[in-house]
Design a protein. Sequence first.
Length: 87
Amino acid sequence: MPLLGRSVQFAVVLATLASFQILVPVLMLTKGGPDGATDLAGFQIYETGFVYFDPGMASAMSIVLIAGLVGVIALQLRLLRVTWSYE
């Protein structure tokens, strides 16, 4: 298990990034669902920018989302830190 540490760390970070990029399935299947039941951050940004024609607010929402993702990924990298021991 110690040799899989870097691989697990990489897989967790990629899974986190992929979970925030889920826009197309929501858009194609439900368009937000009944009363916003399937609204996600990416869908809200898309809707604000392209449906409500407010690109400034959509840009601000994108920056906040990116800052949050950087924080979450930094926390994951800290918690899943791998130390190498050459014995």
